[in-house]
Ligand binder design. Sequence first.
Ligand SMILES: [Fe+2]
Length: 327
Amino acid sequence: MVERVVVGPWKTNCYIYSSSKKECIVIDPGGDETEIASRVDVLNMVPVGIALTHGHVDHVAALGRLRASYASRGYSLKIAIHSADRKFLGTSGRETHRESLEFLDSEAWSFFGMESMELPRADVKLSEGDRVFGMDLVVLETPGHTPGGVCFYSEKEGVLFSGDTLFFDGHGRTDLPGGNEKKLRESFRKKLSVLPPETRVFPGHGPFTTIEREKRSNDFLQEPPPAPAHPEPPKQEPKKTPSRKRTVKKSARARPSAKKAAPARAKDGKPRLRKPVKASPRKTSKPKRARSAPKRAPSRPQKPRRAKGTRARARAPSAKRRARAAR
Ligand SMILES: [Fe+2]
């Protein structure tokens, strides 16, 4: 059984849900706690808890007053919210709401009566797969609108309470503090697109819809187009530049003089490869060869060669002289 009550200045959909004949839960009491309680009484039910799809003020504004009214009648209502949205409740709640409301509208603070609003602490921390207050509702973590945004899904009843995650022809905004469009798209893809198409969706604002309808018209639920081949060409281009550096490195390593020059440059904190590779190997190698050449020349015993020549030349005329002298 699903009963809707539109509450508060921003026309929030508060739901009364029951999978039994006696007990129910209240989802997102964003205002008008008297109207909510009277509707529960008409249904002849007793609420066992309050479940929140997320912590925004238009979904929690009547939280304290509703719980207090039932407490006066002898009923203790527990409050359940995802742990990532607990900061909207308790002592930190007022400041957390101030960030969002100042971003949205300066008058919203007074619209919701934030100065006197009671924000009780959460009693139950929700996480993926939890059953909500013993009902056949299961928690689907759908962050993106807020960090702790969730949907409540009943496979048995074929219903989804989507909060501000999924709307008729739309989705929750992601520009408020804590919002994240990438995460919201991921939530749609992983959690909502896999639900049966006939699932009836009860959003936090606006009219009802179904998963099948939103898959046809909602861009967040439509299959993304196949990825174009754009990423490949840009990847090939940057590969060329490192390949040049690698060839430079190899050539530098091939020259033994470059290895000696690199550590000296590294002490100055400069790159080791670029400057030593181009300049130092040529400067250091050539002078060494030039210097070693003249050292070897005088060390070689060339005097005997010259001496041989000179001696041969000297011996020839001396023989002639001797011949002449003999003649
Ligand atoms: Fe919201």
